[in-house]
Design a protein around this ligand. Structure first.
Ligand code: HSE
Length: 308
């Protein structure tokens, strides 16, 4: 096989209370990555999208993960990579993870699967860490594995894939950029015990709700008393967006990853569409351009579209 094309999904990370510990693969948006083998060593990267990302493999997220892959395998030849990003960088929808994970999964397939999923996660994390300044797995793991994923222990790669709950996801992405590294720097270092208790009780409730597909328990558990109060200040209109979404019938939601995207879960498509349009209307009112989606959790992670 010479060339592979894969679809690499966007992801919701944190899922409100599960900072760095929970993530979910989405059916939309997704990036398309094509990789071809070549006989000379080195990596060439070409971006078809217009986000102005560097094509220098040393500072391109996909390039960094691919170089880690090549070094680990002591592979002598090289690759030509074409990336069409649909997930806007800095959106909070796992754009960097889609690049970092998509490239290593694609090349692994092309070379007959020399690495396990866990090894691929570590390689993907190289690019993700360069982009965000931290080694979190809550975007990369659902991107590779699909479904809803619990990162029980990131250091020892103790990762639990959960079933997807039967729900719909509305996302609004105001066109401002929030760098994950900055959104992490502003977080509190110490957490009062009372808040910690609320947070871990909600994580327990959320995971139980997901496992039992108990949508009401999921709704009650979508509460973040630690991270959201700090980060939501970076997003104009956030409180109103959240309020209108709940009034429109959403189960609950909050910041997608480090933002600025806001996600909401709904029990059916009709509600999810209403929630999407109501949330958008708040950003319209304050003249903040935004992109929006109604999508669902994805059962599969990165998928092969073509192998030839
Ligand atoms: N868990 C990470 C954070 C995800 O919230 O900083 C970043 O996309």
């Amino acid at each position: 096989m010479q060339t592979i094309t894969v679809k690499s999904p966007g992801t919701l990370s944190n899922l409100c209370c599960g900072f760095d510990a929970l993530g979910m693969a989405l059916q939309e948006p997704f990036d398309i990555i094509q990789v071809s083998k070549r006989t000379v060593s080195g990596i060439s990267i070409y971006h078809k999208d217009s986000y102005g990302l560097s094509e220098d493999p040393k500072i391109n997220i996909a390039g960094v993960s691919l170089q880690a892959f090549i070094s680990k395998l002591a592979y002598k030849e090289g690759f030509d990579v074409t990336i069409d990003k649909k997930i806007k960088p800095g959106s909070g929808l796992g754009s960097s993870a889609a690049s970092a994970a998509g490239i290593v999964v694609a090349v692994n397939e092309l070379l007959g699967k020399p690495f396990t999923d866990n090894e691929l996660l570590l390689l993907a994390m190289e690019g993700e860490a360069m982009a965000s300044g931290s080694r979190h797995l809550d975007n990369v793991a659902p991107c590779v594995l699909g479904g809803t994923v619990l990162i029980r222990d990131a250091q020892n790669l103790d990762i639990v894939k959960l079933n997807n709950p039967d729900l719909f996801v509305s996302i609004v992405h105001p066109q401002i950029e929030i760098k994950t590294s900055f959104a992490r720097e502003i977080l509190p270092v110490d957490i009062p015990l009372k808040k910690a208790v609320m947070q871990w009780a909600n994580v327990g409730g959320l995971v139980s709700g997901i496992c039992m597909n108990d949508l009401d328990l999921i709704a009650r558990s979508l509460v973040d008393v630690i991270v959201e109060p700090v980060r939501s200040k970076l997003i104009p209109g956030f409180d109103e967006v959240k309020q209108i979404a709940i009034q429109s019938g959403a189960m609950g939601g909050g910041l997608s990853g480090s933002g600025p995207s806001v996600f909401m879960f709904s029990k059916n498509l009709e509600t999810a569409e209403k929630v999407e349009s109501e949330m958008k209307s708040v950003f319209d009112k304050i003249q903040l351009e935004c992109k929006s989606y109604v999508t669902r959790p994805a059962q599969h992670g990165i998928e092969i579209l073509e192998l030839q």
